[in-house]
Every structure is written in structure tokens, then in C-alpha cells.
Design a protein around this ligand. Structure first.
Ligand code: RFL
Ligand code: PHB
Length: 394
């Protein structure tokens, strides 16, 4: 088989890139290890930045998002038994965010790919990348025991943190930066009305809590737990009690509880690999960087990489500007590091991470300062709504 771009991974990065490239007449083949159903059932991100919303519309997959997504112009930071509203529109240069789950984004992208004649292989095994430094790379894989080979011009490694793409680059050509936090997020999904119309990020002496949502009838809640905890340690009753304890009373009084329909623990990690490319292989999204979820940046950073790579491919295929290719990593990393910083900062501000008494006091002072100063509110809002993508030419 032959194609122009092989895309490894059918998460949001791979599917969105595929959609944007196919729209430009650039042929792609998507290779995914899991079944479609598995990919569609993963409960992950919930918040889309304006830039991500715009890119989904550009890819012509924004119709259901525009009907069912919920625009949010603000969120709350809760501490000391009170809530401070961060006015995103006012302090974030007029921008806001959209509540629309990654699960729904993935479904919309899969439906769009199915409606086109683009090729995808699900349930593939043993994906291997060859000759990525040459002008004619290729990828091999197996499906139902049958071996296959795809020749291509470029490979997009959209296969997440545990994928094969990054691992196929010689270790001495990469630098990895990593911090693993000593806590995880226990997340619960429930068919109950959200406790608040806008998200609440709460910090309490017992740790962090987040009230989010997927719709007006479906809530998503998280609490910080020690990394050593297992999901089995947390009955629904215990989860709701702990969540209530960590929220200000104004919120906990309104909390409607119910049976969980999903419950999982996600570790918190900051990770960046440099550079994000090796010859004709490009690392995109979680394959290249991970953020702790506190700033809601993971999916949005992935979309940023996709936007940049698709612009670059357009220049290559439509204008013959192959020299721009080397700019991918440098262009993406500028934005990636700023989002890494914001995610780390929000995490440090709101979580209790092995701290001593003075750190607790300093963290409280920082929170008081940022939420009472115009400059502080602007820092939070500008970063939360998302920083602009850097241009390929600069
Ligand atoms: P994905 O979604 O991990 O997709 C990678 C795909 O590649 C496949 N794959 C392979 N396929 C073929 N061969 C192999 N060898 C393969 N190895 C892997 C995998 O099966 C998978 O289908 O990466 P992608 O596309 O880069 O997307 C990134 C996002 O999923 C991620 O950044 C976000 O979910 C992070 N995130 C959030 N991001 C936000 O922007 N806003 C949020 O509110 C937000 N909340 C979250 C989050 C992530 C969370 N978890 C569980 C980590 C909340 C949570 C709890
Ligand atoms: C979510 O709704 O899953 C969510 C929202 C905001 C975050 C992280 C996760 O910062």
C-alpha cells in the first residue's frame, strides 16, 4: 500500500489531522491498536479552548458541538469556604471555552472519516516505523495475523504517551523532561445535574477537587487522591462525602449525588520530548507532551500541534515548501512549554503536594493575591482560554 501521510493512532490528534489533511486532498491512512468502540468509550477531556473549537469547525466537524456544547465564560476558584469567579471573557481577551467531551469529539471525527473514502485500520498490532530519516519511510503492522506494509512521504505519530512512535526514535536524538506528581485524580461520571453552572476548581486542606460536567444532566467530578489508592478503595458514598468536604458550603449544599457510571484514577505527569520530530516522523499531542489535567490543556495542546502540522503539510503539498518542515518542532514547542508551565502552576497552586506548614501558607497567599489582582486574574484567564498558535514563518 501507498499513501502520503501515515497516521499512527485514532485518538483526537490522529483523527483531526486525518480530517484536515483529507479535506486538502492529502491522502492518509490511520492505524489504531484498539477497537473503535474502545476509543469512543474513553472518558477524558471536557473543555475545548476557542482555538480548538475553531479548528473543529474548520475541519467541518463542528455541527453537533455547536448544537450540544455549552459555552462557558467563566469558572470558579474555591478556597477558604468561598468561591471567586474568573471572568474569562473580561480577563481572557474576550475569549471563552466550550464544554464538549473528548468522547463526543472523537465520535464526530470518526463519523466524518467513515463518511469519506479515507482508509483506517483498527485493531492493528506490532506497528513498526522504518527509514524515517530517508525520503521514503514506511510502516509495517499486522491485522488479524496478516502482515501489511504502507509506503508514505511522512508519518504522524499520534499514538499517545505509551505509543510506538516516540520509542522508535533513537534515544540519543531526544531529550525528555519529566515530572511525576505524587497524587492522582479520582474521577467520577454521574447522571446528576452539575452542582454549579460553571466549573469549580477547589483547594482544601484535604486536597484538590474539581466539579465539571458533560451536559446539563451529566456531571464529572474529580478529587485528588494518593497515587497508592485504588478505585476499589472508593465506594460512591465515600467519594461523595469526600467531595462535599472539600467544596465550599455554598456548593456542597447543592450537590446532587447518584450512582457513578464511570470511576477511574489518572496519574498526574508533566512531560515534554524535544525535538518533536525526527526526519519525516512528527510527534503530535500526547506522544510528545503530557500535562497534569488541572489547566484543561492536554487535548487543546494536541489540537494546536495538529493545526501547525496541517498548515505545514499544506505548504509542502500545495506550494512545494518542503524547507518549512524543520520548523514543526520549534513552532509547537513554544506554545507547549507555556501550557506546561500553566498546568504545572495551576497544579501546584491547587493541590496539596507533600508540603510543609510554610508552603501551605505561601500557597494561600499566592491564591489570595492572584484572585484579587487584575493582573493575576488576567494571567489565569489568558492561559485558561488558550494562548495563540505560533506562526510557521516567525
Ligand atoms: P490519545 O487520546 O492517547 O490517542 C492515542 C491513540 O493511539 C493509539 N495507540 C496506538 N495505535 C497504533 N499502534 C500503537 N502502537 C499505538 N499506541 C497507542 C491509542 O489506542 C489511542 O487511540 O492521544 P491524543 O490523540 O494525542 O489526544 C490527547 C488527549 O487524549 C489528552 O491530551 C487529553 O485527554 C488530556 N485531558 C484533558 N485535556 C484537555 O484539553 N482538557 C481537559 O479537560 C482534559 N481532561 C485529560 C483530562 C486527560 C485525562 N486522563 C484520563 C489522562 C482529564 C483526564 C482524567
Ligand atoms: C473534565 O471535565 O474532565 C475536566 C475539566 C477541566 C479540567 C480537567 C478535566 O481541568
Amino acid at each position: 500500500m501507498k499513501t502520503q501521510v501515515v497516521i499512527i493512532g485514532a485518538g483526537p490528534s490522529g483523527l483531526l489531522l486525518g480530517q484536515l489533511l483529507e479535506q486538502q486532498g492529502i491522502n492518509t491512512i490511520v492505524l489504531e491498536r484498539q477497537t473503535r468502540e474502545h476509543v469512543q468509550s474513553r472518558i477524558r477531556a471536557g473543555i475545548l479552548e476557542q482555538g480548538t473549537v475553531d479548528l473543529l469547525r474548520q475541519a467541518n466537524v463542528g455541527q453537533r458541538m455547536d448544537r450540544e456544547g455549552i459555552p462557558h465564560d467563566g469558572f470558579y476558584l474555591a478556597f477558604d469556604n468561598r468561591q471567586v469567579r474568573i471572568d474569562l471573557k473580561k480577563y481572557g481577551n474576550g475569549k471563552s471555552v466550550m464544554v464538549y467531551g473528548q468522547t463526543e469529539v472523537t465520535k464526530d471525527l470518526m463519523a466524518a472519516r467513515d463518511a469519506s473514502d479515507a482508509t483506517s485500520f483498527y485493531e492493528v498490532d506490532d506497528v513498526q516505523l522504518f527509514d524515517t530519516k530517508s525520503d521514503s519511510p514506511y510502516v509495517t503492522f499486522t491485522q488479524s495475523g496478516e502482515s501489511m506494509k504502507v509506503e508514505c512521504d511522512y508519518i504522524a505519530g499520534c499514538d499517545g504517551f505509551h505509543g510506538v512512535s516516540r520509542k522508535s526514535i533513537p534515544a540519543d536524538s531526544l531529550t525528555e523532561y519529566e515530572r511525576v506528581y505524587p497524587v492522582g485524580w479520582l474521577g467520577v461520571l454521574s447522571d446528576t445535574p452539575p452542582v454549579s453552572e460553571e466549573l469549580i476548581y477547589a483547594t482544601h486542606e484535604r486536597g484538590f477537587a474539581l466539579c465539571s460536567m458533560r451536559s446539563h444532566t451529566r456531571s464529572r467530578y474529580y478529587i485528588q487522591v494518593p497515587l497508592t489508592d485504588n478505585v476499589e478503595d472508593w465506594s460512591d458514598e465515600r467519594f461523595w462525602e469526600e467531595l462535599k468536604t472539600r467544596l465550599p458550603q455554598s456548593a456542597s449544599d447543592n450537590l446532587v449525588t447518584g450512582p457513578s457510571i464511570e470511576k477511574s484514577i489518572a496519574p498526574l505527569r508533566s512531560f515534554v520530548v524535544e525535538p518533536m520530530q525526527y526526519g519525516r516522523l512528527f510527534l503530535v499531542g500526547d506522544a510528545a507532551h503530557i500535562v497534569p489535567p488541572t489547566g484543561a490543556k492536554g487535548l487543546n495542546l494536541a489540537a494546536g500541534d495538529v493545526g501547525t502540522l496541517h498548515e505545514l503539510m499544506k505548504e509542502v503539498y500545495h506550494n512545494g515548501r518542503t524547507e518549512l518542515i524543520d520548523r514543526y518542532s520549534e513552532t509547537c514547542l513554544k506554545r507547549v512549554w507555556k501550557a506546561e508551565h500553566f498546568s504545572w502552576w495551576m497544579t501546584s497552586l491547587l493541590h496539596k503536594l507533600d508540603e510543609d506548614a510554610i508552603m501551605t501558607k505561601l500557597r494561600q497567599a499566592e491564591l489570595e493575591y492572584y484572585t484579587s489582582s487584575q493582573a493575576g486574574l488576567s494571567v489565569i484567564a489568558e492561559n485558561y482560554v488558550g494562548l495563540p498558535r505560533h506562526s510557521l514563518e516567525s
